[in-house]
Design a binder for this molecule. Structure first.
Ligand code: ATP
Ligand code: MG
Length: 562
């Protein structure tokens, strides 16, 4: 392709509102342009990369035995009502009415549509297992679209859905998808990690996320220094604490004027935060609920909102509600004689002689102990693990990494097949409700994730399998030099013959501009055609990442690449 005929609007300046390097480079290299918040147009270079990603995904899924379909973006409300999600989904689901006042939504995911297809078309256990996928536009009205295509409102997802007769069969399908995702990301030359994950509002029990490791990632991954354990922080657990020591101190109430945070209390009483108890009050199904943690631990909101009787989404009680129920302000609450339901994190339940709020403004207890002074019968994990915690299987410690979630595979069980009555007949003619799995991969997000891992200070450094062009032919003084033009055209023609994707910079620009753009665009191979080297029958060859050009005879340069 000739660069003069392609829309590749590179930018010299750093775009003002792009916070992460992938977003900056996607704009600067002319891959995308924003249309409105979270909505993007893909320009030729960006689209070329997108197509390469799609192709790898298609090939590997097909190899795994999945079949491709294409479902509509617009989905009728009735299907979502069958599973209860029409009510359950918040404003992320963009709803609309057609001219007949019928309700629809823009599909954020397709469990309902595929399950509807399945129940209409598949009747017998003999047709199972089956596994469908599509590569298609999704819409989620994200509360904070950010980082360019990383968290957009409209984006491309590969979503897949499987149906199996029983758990054993499903386990094989799930394993196959896990391996397939690993193959896909390996082919993209990404440094990634599969981790145990929370299932979010898709539902189901078991799930794994695939994270591309990057500092800019929105997720924290906890992984074990020794064994295989790795989980999203949302879900990560540590080994249970050592048994609680016996009580040693007597309960005493002490004045803690103006101390309302753990740090202030710990400081005034000269105890470590790990010996203090933090009591948070959240809304529950039947009044407020106290959540009790060790002072140096953070509440994990995803775990907390799943606790029995705790409102989901997690909602902290207002100061007025707390004053009403407990007669003290949030900074002085503690589990001793607390008149509301109390749930205690295992780590908090494992300390003795602790400091906690006295349920009286300006006072705390020291020497407090469970059983004797406060009730710790309801003990549930609800904290974020910390770096250095013991791994749950005892193999090593947990450490943290940042990751970009590019894929998520779920075990759905019968969460969709049951309410939608997507049944088949089993061997004996009885009704069988299939076990479903679902498998998402963020196609557009992958482009950003790939750039996060493949760039330098000059621009993108595409891995070979994903580059929009394998070779960038940079023709210097193209407009004026007949020798350069003819050598460049010859090279381009030979690239075409050999199926090597090449971009010819035939623009009337200074060499400095051409080199800077070539660095930005990031084709893995670069051939510079200039009058001086041509006089010796040479062109200059370099890879994107090696910075030293080497003279190579014009006639040999392609062989060198292929
Ligand atoms: P997240 O936690 O990042 O919001 P999710 O759990 O909502 O992701 P899934 O419903 O599992 O995501 O969707 C499957 C995949 O689609 C994700 O792994 C991610 O790669 C991609 N994806 C999800 N939301 C977006 C978005 N707003 N923009 C771009 N890609 C997205
Ligand atoms: Mg989401």
């Amino acid at each position: 392709m000739r660069q003069s005929q392609l829309l590749i609007p590179t930018l010299k300046e750093m775009p003002a509102d792009a916070d992460v390097v992938s977003h900056q480079l996607m704009l600067r290299a002319g891959l995308i342009r924003q249309v409105a918040s979270g909505l993007y147009t893909w320009l030729p270079l960006g689209l070329a990369v997108l197509r390469k990603i799609e192709r790898i995904i298609r090939e590997e899924l097909t190899r795994s035995g999945a079949q491709e379909v294409l479902m509509p973006v617009v989905q009728p409300a009735e299907l979502w009502e069958e599973t209860g999600r029409w009510k359950k989904m918040g404003p992320e689901l963009l709803r609309m009415r057609d001219r007949h006042e019928r309700e629809f939504c823009l599909g954020p995911t397709h469990e309902e549509v595929i399950t509807d297809l399945f129940r209409r078309e598949i009747q017998s256990y003999r047709q199972l297992p089956c596994n469908f996928f599509q590569i298609q536009t999704k819409f989620r009205d994200e509360i904070r679209p950010r980082f360019g295509v990383m968290r957009a409102r409209e984006f491309t997802m590969k979503d897949g859905y499987s149906f199996d007769t029983d758990q054993a069969s499903f386990d094989l399908t799930y394993r196959e998808m896990y391996d397939c995702y690993s193959r896909i990301l390996t082919r993209m030359e990404l440094d990634f990690r599969a981790v145990e994950a929370d299932t979010g509002n898709i539902g189901g029990s078991n799930s794994h996320e695939f994270h591309v490791l990057a500092e800019s990632g929105e997720d924290t991954i906890a992984y074990a220094t020794e064994g295989d354990y790795a989980a999203n922080l949302e879900k990560a657990v540590a080994a249970p604490p050592a048994p609680r020591p016996a009580a040693g101190q007597a309960l005493a109430e002490v004045a803690t004027p103006r101390a309302t945070t753990i740090a202030q209390v710990a400081d005034q009483l000269n105890v470590p935060a790990s010996r203090c108890i933090k009591t948070l009050v959240v809304e529950g199904d039947t009044g407020p609920v106290a959540l009790v943690l060790r002072g140096d631990h953070d509440l994990n909101e995803i775990k907390a909102e799943k606790l029995d009787g705790v409102a989901s989404p997690l909602t902290f009680a207002s100061e007025t509600a707390i004053l009403g129920a407990l007669n003290c302000k949030p900074g002085s609450i503690g589990p001793v004689n607390l008149p509301i339901r109390t749930i205690v994190d295992p780590e908090a339940a494992a300390i003795a002689d602790f400091v906690c709020g006295a349920n009286r403004d300006g006072y705390h207890f020291t020497g407090a102990n469970w059983n004797r002074d406060a009730d710790a019968t309801d003990v549930r994990d609800m904290r974020n693990v910390c770096p250095g915690d013991k791994a749950p299987d005892g193999q090593g410690e947990l450490l943290f990494l940042r990751g970009i979630e590019v894929g998520h595979i779920f075990q759905l069980g019968t969460v969709y097949s049951e309410p939608m009555q997507a049944n088949v007949l089993d061997r004996d003619g009885n009704t069988l409700t299939p076990i479903m799995g679902c498998y998402g991969m963020g196609v557009t997000r992958l482009v950003a994730a790939i750039i996060e891992q493949n760039h330098d200070q000059h621009g993108i450094t595409w891995p070979e399998p994903l580059a929009p062009f394998a070779v960038h032919i940079v023709a210097l003084n193209y407009a004026k030099s007949e020798a350069v033009r003819s050598a460049a055209h010859e090279l381009l023609a030979r690239c075409l013959d050999e199926d090597v994707e090449a971009l010819l910079d035939d623009r009337d620009e200074r060499p400095g501009v051409k080199f800077a753009d070539a660095d930005l665009i990031g084709a893995p191979h670069r051939i510079v055609v200039g009058e001086r080297s041509l006089k010796e029958g040479n062109v200059e060859y370099r890879t994107r990442v090696s910075r030293d050009p080497q003279p190579v005879p014009l006639s040999e340069v392609l062989a060198r690449l292929t």
